[in-house]
Write a new protein. Structure first.
Length: 480
C-alpha cells in the first residue's frame, strides 16, 4: 500500500520552520548541526539561530565527525561508549581488559595509546572505560613480570622495562607496576637508547679515579684543626695554598672523623637570631617586590653588564614579569611593571630599595593613580623583600646559560627558560604546604590583584608607553 503523498514545500533556512517539519529527535539534532558539518558555520552562530547551547552543538558535531550517524541515536556519553565499543575487534577488547587487570591504576587514555601501538586503532577513552569495567574476563592469571627487586638477573629486570615501554607503557606506569622508582626506569631506558644491548650489563660503582683523601691529606687537615675556629671552607682554602685540592665537603667529612677519633674541639658558632620579615605577605598580591640584578659573566660582543629587572609576588614567590635589558633606566622598569599589572592586576603595595628608577616622577604618579602603596627596604638589606633569595635561585638556575650566551637572542632565551623553570619548580619556602602546591605558580593559582577596565588602564599607563619630551631647542631624543 503506497504511503501518503509528500507535499512539495519551499526550501528555507529559518530554524522555526525546519523544526516544525522534523519528525524525529534524531532528525532535529542533525538539522541543528548540519551547517557546522557542511558549511563550517561556528557553534556560536548556530546557537543564536536555534536557541541550543553552543557547547552542546560543538560536542555533538565532534561526535558526528568521529562516529557518524550512530552518534545521533546514542543515549548519552555512556550509551555512545557502549555502542562504539561493540565495533572494536575481539583482540582489541581483550587487550583493554588485560591491561586494566594487570595495572588497575593505568589511565584510560594510556590504554587507548597502547591499543594504537599494538593494532593501529585508538579507541575513545570512554569506550576503554566501559570495556575495562564490563568487558570479557581477563586472560592473565598471573603477573607477566615480577617486581624489580624479585627479579634476580639485572639484564632481565632491564629487559622487562624495555618490553613494557615498547608496548606503550609510560614511565610512571612501569615504575608502579615493577614497584620501583621513576628515575630507575628513566635511567634504564636512557642506557638502552645510548648503549643498546651493552646497557643491559651492570656497571661497577667503584671509584674510577685516584682517591684524593690520602693519609697525608688527612694528617694535614688534623694539623689545621688545632685551631678550633677553622671551619671546612677555611681548611679547604688553607690546603689550596699548599697545593692540595680537596672540596670543602670532603674537608668537612674528614674533620668530623678526626674530631671523633682524636677528641678535637668543634668550632663554636654564635647563635644568629632569626630576623622577622617586614614585608611577609599573608595573602596574594598584598606585596609585590621589584629589583635589578647585574649579569656580568657573558660572551656578548659588548662586555658591559646586562640587567635582569624582575617583579615578583611575595606570598607565592612567583615571578610576575621580568625582562633582560642592556640598560636599567626608568622606562625599562616601567615596561616590566606595566606588563605585570596587565597580566595580574595591581597589588596593594610594591616594595623596592632606594633605586632612582623606582622613585621617578612617572613611577610615583603611576603608583598613586592605581592606588599602590610604595614601601622601601632598609639600605643594604635585600633579604627584607625576598630579592636576595630570588637572585640566589637565579644564580643556580640561570647563570650557567647566561655565561655561555654569545648573542642577544641566546641571552633572552636563557632568561625565559629561567623564568619558566623558577615558577614551575618546587620552592623551598613552600616545602611544608599540605595542599600539595609546592611551586610558585601552583601557589599563585592565577589569582589576580585589583583589576581595572581596559580603557581606564590604557589611560593610566599612557605616559609609560608614549614618552617624548622636547628640549629647549625643540629637539626630541630618540634611542640616545
Amino acid at each position: 500500500m503506497p504511503g501518503p503523498k509528500r507535499v512539495r514545500q519551499e526550501r528555507t533556512d529559518e530554524w522555526a520552520s525546519i523544526k516544525q517539519r522534523t519528525l524525529w529527535p534524531e532528525q532535529e539534532l542533525y538539522e541543528q548541526i548540519r551547517p557546522l558539518l557542511l558549511f563550517g558555520e561556528t557553534a556560536g552562530e548556530r546557537a543564536k539561530e536555534t536557541g541550543a547551547a553552543a557547547r552542546t552543538l560543538s560536542r555533538r558535531a565532534d561526535e558526528f565527525e568521529r562516529y557518524g550517524m550512530q552518534s545521533l541515536f546514542s543515549s548519552g556519553e555512556a550509551g555512545g561508549a557502549r555502542e562504539i565499543s561493540k565495533t572494536l575487534p575481539p583482540e582489541l577488547r581483550q587487550l583493554i581488559v588485560d591491561l586494566h587487570a594487570e595495572l588497575p591504576t593505568m589511565s584510560w587514555r594510556e590504554i587507548a595509546e597502547i591499543c594504537y601501538i599494538r593494532y593501529g586503532r585508538r579507541p575513545d577513552h570512554k569506550s576503554v572505560k566501559h570495556l575495562a569495567t564490563s568487558g570479557p574476563p581477563p586472560r592473565l592469571s598471573a603477573r607477566r613480570y615480577q617486581p624489580w627487586h624479585l627479579i634476580p638477573d639485572p639484564a632481565e629486570r632491564k629487559l622487562a622495562v624495555i618490553r613494557l615501554h615498547a608496548e606503550g607503557w609510560s614511565i610512571t606506569s612501569i615504575a608502579e607496576y615493577l614497584q620501583t622508582s621513576r628515575p630507575t626506569i628513566y635511567a634504564t631506558l636512557s642506557r638502552w637508547t645510548e648503549e643498546g644491548v651493552a646497557g643491559l650489563e651492570e656497571k661497577s660503582r667503584a671509584r674510577k679515579g685516584p682517591r684524593k683523601a690520602t693519609l697525608q691529606v688527612r694528617n694535614e687537615i688534623r694539623k689545621l684543626q688545632q685551631n678550633p675556629l677553622l671551619g671546612e671552607f677555611r681548611v679547604h682554602t688553607a690546603l689550596l695554598r699548599e697545593g692540595i685540592e680537596v672540596s670543602p665537603a670532603t674537608c668537612g667529612r674528614i674533620m668530623a672523623a678526626n674530631r671523633q677519633l682524636y677528641g678535637l674541639e668543634k668550632p663554636k658558632r654564635e647563635g644568629r637570631a632569626k630576623l622577622e620579615m617586614p614585608f611577609r605577605a599573608s595573602r596574594r598580591h598584598e606585596f609585590w617586590s621589584a629589583d635589578v640584578r647585574y649579569i656580568e659573566e657573558h660572551l656578548l660582543p659588548d662586555p658591559k653588564p646586562v640587567y635582569v629587572i624582575t617583579i615578583f609576588e611575595n606570598f607565592s614567590r612567583s615571578v610576575l614579569s621580568s625582562a633582560i635589558s642592556a640598560t636599567q633606566n626608568q622606562w625599562d622598569y616601567l615596561s616590566v611593571l606595566v606588563d605585570a599589572i596587565r597580566r595580574h592586576g595591581a597589588p596593594e603595595a610594591i616594595v623596592t630599595d632606594g633605586g632612582g628608577i623606582f622613585y621617578s616622577n612617572v613611577a610615583l604618579e603611576l603608583y598613586e593613580m592605581l592606588g599602590i602603596r610604595k614601601e622601601r627596604i632598609e639600605p643594604g638589606e635585600p633579604w627584607q623583600n625576598y630579592a636576595e633569595t630570588l637572585f640566589s635561585i637565579q644564580r643556580r638556575l640561570g647563570d650557567h646559560a647566561f655565561s655561555n650566551a654569545r648573542t642577544w637572542p641566546e641571552m633572552q632565551q636563557a632568561h625565559q627558560t629561567w623564568w619558566w623553570n623558577y615558577n614551575a619548580e618546587h620552592h623551598y619556602a613552600h616545602r611544608e604546604r599540605e595542599d600539595g602546591r609546592h611551586s610558585p605558580s601552583e601557589v599563585l593559582r592565577g589569582v589576580l590583584g585589583r583589576t581595572y577596565p581596559e580603557e581606564v588602564l590604557s589611560r593610566v599607563l599612557y605616559a609609560t608607553q608614549f614618552t617624548r619630551h622636547l628640549d629647549k631647542h625643540g629637539y626630541v631624543r630618540f634611542r640616545n
